[in-house]
Design a protein around this ligand. Structure first.
Ligand SMILES: [Zn+2]
Length: 395
């Protein structure tokens, strides 16, 4: 609730876009809390933060807990924040009980998980996993042309620690489900076994600008009419692969955007998600066929560019088992679940044994200021997290 006051939204949520003043203030608060819990805090060259609680043998790779403090522009109070602060709560609980672990434990705040200001999302965790170079991350720009590297400097979080390149014993992330399944089925804990694959496309449609009063309908090359058909095609394709397949057009830019001009150009985004890589490819192929047909009909030219594709993730068997056993031991009801959203854990899974814990959220609402959870759900998630971390920190 304290973090949510930083960049508080009008409707009870938060607006802490990456590398804004609000993001800086949340980072500072997390740093001060971590220091008060006896952690040393290090920051790497893309702004990832690591709060470290020493173990008995500090030469051993740490167990890392993490998530993100940045939010969507009309984001909720728990997406990401829960995972970071539950990590801090694990550290505080170990302090309270005077528990010393063999391995050090670190709590990570990954930079730019949301991808709302700088694209793509999960830049910090991806860079840590060696997917993107420091230069690639630093050169990202936001809509107003501001540069990631300069904004990172501006808020004082361009750290001197080299990005990644070190082994982790295990990585755990507690996150709200961001979907309705756990609450609807009355489960306390989701044991995340897989994460959906994702495909992002940019579509640029070029027609011809014309006078809206004098140009007969049959002579028009209206880019927005073509775009409307493509939006419908994306939805139809996703429906035909449901329930696992989903598809969304989230952005549409119409040029020149004048009431009495036939739109000459439209650029739009498309995303598809599915837990099978092969099906994602099928969805893409069907969209391309639809685009070809629509473009001919509307006499427009359409270019479709793949911006991001990432493969479905299978989480580490040992980490998944340890999470399931922890839920069992506490007597929490639990089920295995596939993550519909991408998370930092999906990238860290490439370089370290990784597990994810879901807790329910009210009505499955997320990426919305109304996002909410019950305290007992957070407690159950944090207890399972603590148990899983302790299990890995002693071996
Ligand atoms: Zn998140």
């Amino acid at each position: 609730m304290e973090i949510a006051k930083i960049g508080a939204g009008a409707n009870g949520g938060s607006n802490r876009l990456t590398l804004t003043d609000a993001d800086r203030d949340a980072r500072e608060l997390f740093r001060s809390w971590a220091a008060a819990a006896g952690c040393s805090v290090k920051i790497d060259a893309v702004g990832n933060m690591f709060a470290r609680r020493p173990g008995r043998d500090n030469t051993l790779p740490p167990v890392v807990i993490g998530s993100h403090l940045d939010t969507q522009p009309t984001g909720g109070r728990f997406d990401g924040v829960l995972g970071v602060l539950a990590g801090l709560e694990v550290v505080r609980s170990l302090n309270d009980q005077n528990v010393e672990t063999l391995r050090p434990i670190e709590v990570a705040n990954w930079t730019n998980e949301e991808g709302a200001r700088f694209s793509p999302g999960m830049l910090g965790s991806a860079a840590f996993a060696g997917v993107y170079s420091q230069n690639f991350v630093h050169s990202r720009t936001d809509e107003s042309g501001k540069i990631f590297g300069e904004e990172l400097q501006r808020i004082g979080f361009a750290g001197d620690v080299r990005i990644g390149g070190r082994p982790l014993r295990a990585y755990f992330e507690l996150h709200i489900e961001q979907g309705p399944v756990l609450e609807a089925e009355h489960f306390d804990i989701g044991v995340v076994t897989h994460a959906q694959g994702l495909l992002w496309l940019d579509i640029d449609i070029v027609g011809f600008e014309a006078h809206a009063g004098t140009t007969p309908m049959k002579r028009r090359r209206d880019a927005l009419v073509a775009a409307a058909s493509i939006v419908a095609a994306v939805s139809d394709i996703a429906v035909s692969f449901s329930p696992n397949g989903v598809g969304t057009v989230g952005q549409l830019r119409v040029h020149p955007g004048s009431r009495n001009v036939v739109p000459g150009a439209v650029s739009m985004t498309v995303e598809f998600r599915h837990p099978s890589e092969g099906t994602l490819t099928d969805m893409m192929a069907r969209l391309q066929a639809a685009i070809d047909q629509i473009s001919t009909q509307c006499r427009v030219t359409t270019r479709c560019t793949e911006v991001l594709r990432y493969a479905p993730v299978e989480f580490d068997r040992e980490c998944v088992d340890i999470i399931r056993a922890a839920a069992e031991r506490f007597g929490y009801s639990h089920r295995d679940i596939v993550s519909g959203a991408a998370h930092d854990a999906c990238y860290i899974a490439r370089i370290a044994p990784t597990g994810m814990i879901f807790c329910p959220c009210v009505d499955g609402i997320s990426h919305n200021e109304r996002e909410d959870i019950r305290p007992e759900w957070a407690t159950a998630g944090a207890n399972v997290l603590l148990d899983a971390v302790l299990g890995m920190a002693e071996v």
